[in-house]
Design a protein around this ligand. Structure first.
Ligand SMILES: Nc1ncnc2c1ncn2[C@@H]1O[C@H](COP(=O)(O)OP(=O)(O)O)[C@@H](O)[C@H]1O
Ligand SMILES: [Mg+2]
Length: 329
């Protein structure tokens, strides 16, 4: 830990707190004195023989992030190393992940939902256009920035698909894997990403996983059968949209670009305009806080401020009840 502190200090960053820990890396919130701003440092230990596989994850993540510049993909600012560690400096997302949002607030309200869907489809479309398949799309890998925008993160399992050779790679998080991946068939990695995004969208819409299997064997069977059930939901357009993503045959599954043309993105136009004006207000507030050095806090999803926004917008439906069970996947 001392060497990490020392390396970061030399680069002008001070560790504030640990904010995440996964299979390959530890993530810290850091403060940059020069820019008077928080960043996230994703740090990979490569100093021991048993941690050498972290090197691959670092290389994969950094090469993908350096290829992609998009408002809904996490931005990378710098990367460096010391003797035992590799560091990636990322933009800091203070509003948690899509998983924590759904766990805390339950299913996401329709107009926010559609806005997030559009942002994430646009992010995935950009990745696919740059020949990057993410391969680990799930709610915990979607972060929420200071302005409430979705940011696709964690490219540690991604793959650069230079030539369209079908893959038989089996990686990612089981409940989000496409049927053809679980079946270990040679498959189109971009179409498999679309399925994972569809499961992520389902969780965001209904606050629960589409799978209810209690054992891994049964979960595998459910996924192979593509056995998704849809709760009673008054908005048929939403259910039809999800069904148009979660198509078992990957050849019939739409691309991100095609999905962006779905009618669901038209009905929301008026509310989207209102959302954009809110984001603009947040941006102005932020800019003011930077010049006047007043503390800035933006969390448009915490219930208090969300209720305030509902009142100001006027006609939004009441908050959905919190989903009782944690989503374990
Ligand atoms: N840029 C960031 N801003 C805020 N939190 C982050 C950021 N990057 C990662 N985190 C936190 O750290 C966790 C793990 O990061 P992630 O990139 O998903 O790594 P892993 O490969 O270990 O899953 C995330 O779920 C999130 O809670
Ligand atoms: Mg992750």
């Amino acid at each position: 830990m001392n060497d990490i502190n020392e390396t970061l200090l030399k680069k002008g960053y001070r560790i504030v707190e640990e904010i995440g820990r996964g299979g390959f890396a530890v993530v810290y919130r850091i403060f940059c004195e020069k820019y008077q701003q928080f960043f996230a440092a994703k740090i990979f230990d490569v100093g021991k023989p048993e941690t050498s596989r972290n090197l691959g994850s670092f290389t994969t993540e950094i090469s993908a992030l350096c290829k992609i510049s998009h408002p809904n993909v996490i931005s990378v600012y710098s990367h460096f190393n010391d003797l035992n560690h590799l560091y990636i400096i990322l933009e800091y997302c203070p509003n948690g992940s899509m998983l924590s949002l759904v766990e805390e607030e339950g299913a996401i309200q329709f107009h926010y939902l559609v806005s997030f869907y559009e942002q994430l489809l646009s992010a995935i479309n950009e990745c696919h256009e740059k020949n990057v398949s993410h391969q680990d799309i799930k709610p915990s890998n979607v972060l929420i920035d200071a302005y409430g925008r979705a940011k696709l993160a964690d490219f540690g399992l991604s793959k650069n698909i230079d030539m369209m050779v079908k893959s038989s790679r089996f990686c990612g998080s089981l409940p989000y894997l496409a049927p053809e991946v679980v079946l270990k068939q040679k498959h189109d990695p971009f179409k498999a990403d679309i399925w994972s995004l569809g499961i992520t969208f389902y969780v965001m819409a209904f606050g629960k996983s589409p799978w209810n299997a209690k054992s891994e064997d049964n979960l595998l069977k459910q996924i192979m059968r593509g056995d998704v059930t849809y709760p009673d939901y008054p908005n048929e357009l939403l259910v039809e949209f999800l069904k148009s993503i979660l198509i078992i045959n990957p050849d019939d599954r739409h691309s991100a670009q095609e999905l962006l043309c779905h009618p669901i993105f038209r009905v929301n136009a008026k509310k989207k305009a209102m959302m954009n004006s809110r984001v603009n207000t947040e941006l102005k507030k932020f800019a003011r806080s930077q010049t006047q050095k007043v503390p800035y806090s933006a969390n448009i999803f915490k219930s208090k401020s969300r209720r305030a926004s509902e009142e100001s917008i006027g006609k939004l439906p009441p908050l959905k009840p919190k989903h009782e069970n944690k989503i374990v996947y």
